[in-house]
Design a protein around this ligand. Structure first.
Ligand SMILES: Cc1cc2nc3c(=O)[nH]c(=O)nc-3n(C[C@H](O)[C@H](O)[C@H](O)COP(=O)(O)OP(=O)(O)OC[C@H]3O[C@@H](n4cnc5c(N)ncnc54)[C@H](O)[C@@H]3O)c2cc1C
Ligand code: SF4
Length: 484
């Protein structure tokens, strides 16, 4: 098998035996749990579109490792065209799901680990890249979802791992044997973790020699002994437990995050891709971050398309679509959204071939992309809320609309422009609520801020990647200063 179907993906999750906690209870069958199921549907779309004749060129690629046709989410980028196709694929999926479809963290991790393991091998004579590529062949052949597991809990942010009050606040190696290593710690905010077949662990920050036990990259099956998942709750999540669909806003799709706890988990050596090489931790973090920062120039734009469409519809349902300020605000939304896409494409077309053969995005432009993502979706959401009006946050529940006595009264008083059913207004307002305040705002807003690193991380990278001396030289030359 190299291209799994959406149904086969769901069945493959059902066969796993993960320990998952939610709302204070251990849950059975997470794949079919009503709170988690929309997020399974969103990942399933990454499989479904791979079989769609209009989309297979974007969703699939020829494996550089085996020559087989594989899902692009498991691919090592072999050209700038591959990098561009990735961004386009993510926009398409954002448009089809209106949420975070979770599978990209793993894809971005593969490419980062491939590049950095090759550099380690060249500098230190290790054999990490060979082991990693054998592992990736397995992922490609089985068409697996892999949780890219980077972010540690971090405790006191001012202190490095070894100086924390509790040494487990960063994931670390606690034992090494002939067979493998044992790791302990946790990873937080893990996107799509409960929908994953595998976990790919990476260090969360640049490390010094004193912290080399924390310099670890490795892969483990997601249901291996010692792993516990705790579902991260989202605003309005229990609406998914109510009968009905309108109040959820986007009842078919959604994202999820989880805390993943590693209680002394054993990893065999063939699945270890970094163990103690602290000198390469900074590069692994920066390379992964650059890829994931470029990914946001696709996925957030696709979700932005959905929000812009919803805003135009609500303006129409409320009879204001022809007002000049509404038209202008819609243009502003488009401008902001397409600027993000332009950044995603720019860092991809300016990508470069690395020594492993895998193409890496332009790091500076990828950081610009993400820095804009920390702002523009908030501005787009603000315009959507402006045009939606106050009913966005004061509308009675779906159950009230179907009540025999008050339902008809709500239909009468909450109608907008006369040619549109009140229910259409209700549905679109709930979708805008989902994306700007509720469940979907996790992926569209908070994740835009912190996912792939908080804004300061991008600013630090930009100050490091910019050749300021060159710019000073340009100015000095034009101003006629010979020896600046
Ligand atoms: C929805 C969502 C999905 C995510 N998905 C994933 C995922 O799939 N995999 C993964 O590995 N990670 C994931 N992340 C994690 C993401 O990368 C982190 O949230 C991000 O790196 C910020 O880390 P933090 O949340 O611990 O916040 P903090 O690091 O605590 O940052 C909070 C604030 O403190 C500032 N700050 C932090 N440290 C310092 C310091 N030393 N000095 C001065 N200021 C400091 C920051 O600049 C920021 O303003 C996700 C996050 C979100 C919100
Ligand atoms: S935030 Fe975007 S890039 Fe990251 S996993 Fe979700 S959909 Fe993919």
């Amino acid at each position: 098998m190299t291209l799994m179907t959406a149904d086969a993906f769901k069945d493959s999750l059902r066969r796993m035996s993960k320990r998952v906690f939610m709302f204070g209870e251990e849950i059975k069958d997470p794949t079919d749990h009503p709170v988690i199921q929309p997020s399974v549907n969103a990942v399933a779309m990454t499989y479904e579109l791979g079989h769609h004749p209009d989309h297979e060129a974007l969703l699939t690629a020829e494996s550089s490792l085996t020559g087989k046709r594989i899902n692009r989410f498991t691919h090592l980028h072999q050209s700038t065209d591959d990098l561009v196709k990735k961004v386009k694929m993510l926009r398409l999926l954002g448009q089809c799901t209106g949420c975070c479809f979770q599978r990209c963290v793993g894809m971005d991790s593969f490419n980062a680990v491939d590049i950095v393991s090759d550099k380690m091998d060249q500098a230190l004579g290790t054999n990490y890249n060979l082991k990693f590529r054998e592992y990736l062949k397995h992922v490609q052949d089985e068409d697996l979802v892999v949780d890219g597991c980077m972010t540690d809990p971090k405790g006191n942010r001012a202190l490095p791992p070894g100086e924390q009050a509790d040494p487990d606040l960063f994931l670390h190696v606690i034992d090494e044997s002939k067979e493998g290593i044992t790791i302990r710690g946790a990873k937080v905010h893990q996107t799509g973790a409960i929908n994953s077949h595998e976990i790919l662990v990476m260090p969360t920050r640049s490390l010094k020699e004193t912290d080399k036990d924390y310099a670890v990259a490795c892969a483990i099956p997601a249901d291996v002994e010692g792993i516990i998942y705790v579902y991260g709750r989202q605003a309005s999540d229990t609406r998914k437990l109510e009968a009905g669909e309108i109040d959820v806003g986007n009842y078919r799709f959604g994202g999820h995050e989880a805390v993943v706890i590693f209680n002394d988990v054993f990893v065999p050596w063939e699945r270890v891709f970094m163990c103690g090489e602290y000198q390469f931790t900074g590069e692994m973090v920066e390379t992964f971050a650059a890829y994931h920062r470029s990914s946001y120039g696709g996925c957030k734009v696709g979700v932005g398309d959905v929000l812009i469409g919803a805003t135009k519809l609500i303006a129409t349902y409320q009879g204001v679509e022809n007002a000049s300020h509404i038209k202008d605000k819609l243009v502003e939304m488009i401008h902001l959204n397409e600027t993000l896409y332009a950044c995603g494409l720019a860092c991809s077309t300016e990508g470069v071939k690395t020594t492993s053969g895998t193409y890496l995005v332009d790091m500076a432009l990828a950081n610009i992309c993400k820095l804009n993502v920390t702002r523009f979706p908030y501005q787009i959401a603000s315009i959507a809320q402006d045009i939606a009006g106050g009913l966005l946050v004061t509308m009675p529940s779906e159950k009230d609309f179907s009540h025999p006595e008050i339902g008809p009264l709500l239909e009468k008083y909450l109608v907008g422009a006369e040619s549109y059913p009140t229910e259409w207004r209700q549905r679109i307002l709930r979708l805008i609520e989902n994306l700007t305040i509720g469940l979907g705002a996790v992926g569209y807003l908070a994740e835009s801020m912190h996912g792939a690193g908080s804004p300061m991380a991008q600013r630090i990278m930009l100050s490091r990647l910019t050749d300021m001396e060159h710019k000073e030289g340009l100015a000095a030359t034009i101003a006629g200063i010979k020896e600046k």
